[in-house]
Every structure is written in C-alpha cells, then in structure tokens.
Design a protein around this ligand. Structure first.
Ligand code: ZN
Length: 70
C-alpha cells in the first residue's frame, strides 16, 4: 500500500485523499480548516467515546440496583 506525504504538513497520508491533518490535497487546501478541526474533534470524541464505552462495559454488571437483597 503506497502512502504519500502531505506536502504541507509532511504527515503520512493516503493518496487520492485530502490530508486529514491540514486539509490539503495535491498542494491545495481542499478542506475548510473548520472541517479539519471538526475531524480532529471527532477523533478526540471517538477516543473519549471508546474510553467511555470501555468504562461503561466495566460498570454494567456493577450498576445493578440491589433488588436481590429484598
Ligand atoms: Zn497535511
């Protein structure tokens, strides 16, 4: 699999796809900075969600109300 390098931010990017780090494709800004920022935020949210998900799973059996006790 060939991986290109963004001419702007020098990050490894997939060819034929706009750089998701800075929004540049073939040396041109094709994605609005806002969208790139949103992508970053989304990535963060995804990470947070994954962490939360993991946490949630851990808590599921734990969070049961003690109905059995009665
Ligand atoms: Zn870039």
């Amino acid at each position: 699999m060939a991986i290109g390098t963004c001419p702007k931010c020098k990050k490894p990017i997939l060819p034929h796809i706009a750089c998701r780090f800075c929004g540049t494709y073939a040396g041109r800004q094709v994605l609005p900075a806002k969208l790139v920022e949103a992508g970053k935020a989304l990535k963060k949210a995804e990470k947070a969600a994954a962490a939360k998900h993991d946490h949630d799973h851990d808590h599921k059996g734990h969070d049961h109300p003690p109905q059995k006790d009665e």
